[in-house]
Design a protein around this ligand. Structure first.
Ligand code: ADP
Ligand code: MG
Length: 393
């Protein structure tokens, strides 16, 4: 078990909290502040327990000097201050006297936000490369380190692993929730059913390889299904096919013939658009000028029949082009089934969580994981350095 923020007496301590404030920005404005909202629980806990709060986060990618302006955390400090109802002092640098003075002038319960940790990437990739001096320097600013940034937990950076290696450490409430929820998969209750969709096989190879040995069934839909169907010799027309991974799919199908469940019918159209006419086609008679954009109703029934027996379900990737209202049906119907099951149901992946949120199902599943890449790496069976580096109880 990892130590958590609750395991420390924070009163009067300088507490560094690594948050995930990597919010989408457009023209210098925050487009979606969900990540800020989600960080509040840990920050408020630290404030209420009398900590001197030092917040750090990355925002976007910083390759050169010119990337800095549009990826400043200043706007985040303002929005966060509004949510907290108190001033969040913004420090526009990532090292030096201005930062040190700001830290030293904090009173108990005060909050400061340091500028984007990735500003340190411009010269020598110090943040992303986990430069040991940088981790040590940032650690020297605080007494306790709390990692509450789940989105970067699969990377060893100076602002997570680097600081954790130099200070007493714990995880925040967000990371704790994620780690607890995902720990279900260490020993899943069976039948364990995995639903995989999305567009590309290539993004999901690691997940398929790991889960095919652990799951009882893998239901494959979305664009990914067409590479598998083509590997079986079907004509999939203009559907998305990942030719580079055709032989990978052949191999999985021949090694695990009873585990992989593929769609038997599809909603197909001649154009990739919401408006072009469509029809339902079985897997056997997709025409050469047609593409599959959603699973059909027989497939929905087939997937449901497998899901009804499940005790644990992991779902990544939507089952159709859910951005088009016409091709949301498969994803929506399976979500509707999912929330009625007497099972642990976990969604992982940016698009499937967005789809569930849009359709009103996000709060009805056991857990919707906020990490995109990190959740997938966990499901690939990889360790998460941002969590591993935190002290054990
Ligand atoms: P997640 O973010 O949940 O991991 P992905 O990013 O892998 O999911 O995939 C999401 C994308 O897959 C969506 O943009 C969706 O339009 C696309 N997609 C789903 N089904 C199809 C399909 N039949 N053809 C093409 N793209 C598809
Ligand atoms: Mg995605």
């Amino acid at each position: 078990m990892k130590k958590t923020i609750r395991d420390y007496d924070l009163k009067g301590k300088k507490v560094i909290i690594r948050c995930d404030f990597n919010v989408p920005m457009k023209d210098g404005k925050i487009v979606d502040d969900n990540r800020i909202v989600m960080s509040l629980e840990t920050i408020k806990y630290a404030i209420n327990n009398g900590a001197k709060v030092i917040l750090m986060s990355h925002l976007g990618r910083i390759k050169e000097e010119s990337d800095k302006e549009k990826n400043s955390l200043r706007e985040v400090s303002i929005r966060l201050g509004e949510y907290l109802g108190k001033e969040v002092k913004f420090v526009p640098v990532t090292r030096g006297k201005e930062l040190e003075d700001a830290v030293n002038s904090l009173n108990d319960g005060d909050v400061l936000l340091m500028e984007n940790t990735r500003f340190e990437d411009v010269v020598g990739k110090k943040e992303s490369g986990n430069d040991p001096e940088l981790g040590k320097y940032w650690a020297s600013l605080g007494d306790v380190f709390i990692n509450d940034a789940f989105g970067t937990a699969h990377r060893a950076h100076a602002s997570n692993v680097g600081i954790a290696s130099n200070l007493p450490s714990g995880i925040g409430f967000l990371v704790e929730k994620e780690v607890n929820a995902l720990s279900v998969f260490n020993e899943p209750e069976h039948p364990f059913v995995v639903i995989l969709g999305g567009s590309k096989v290539s993004d999901k190879i690691g997940v398929i390889k790991n889960l095919v040995t652990k799951a009882d069934k893998i239901l494959i839909g979305g664009g990914m299904a067409y590479t598998f169907l083509k590997a079986k010799g079907y004509n999939v027309g203009k559907s998305v096919v990942d030719l580079d991974n055709l032989s990978f799919c052949e191999e999985i199908l021949s090694n695990y013939p009873d585990k992989i469940v593929l769609p038997i019918d599809h909603v197909v159209a001649k154009e990739f658009s919401n408006d072009s006419p469509n029809r339902v086609s079985s897997s056997l008679d997709i025409e050469s000028d047609e593409m599959g954009l959603d699973i059909g109703k027989d497939t929905i029934e087939l997937f449901n029949s497998v899901l009804y027996t499940a005790k644990t379900v992991f779902w990544n990737g939507p089952l159709g082009v859910y951005e088009f209202p016409k091709y949301t049906v498969g994803t929506e119907k399976i979500l509707a089934t999912l929330v009625t099951l007497n099972a642990k149901t976990i969604l992982g992946g940016g698009d499937i969580v967005a789809a569930a949120s849009n359709l009103g199902y996000k709060d009805k599943v056991t857990h919707a994981s906020t990490g995109g890449g990190v959740t997938l790496e966990f499901m690939e069976g990889k360790e998460l350095p941002g969590v591993v580096s935190i002290m054990n109880k």
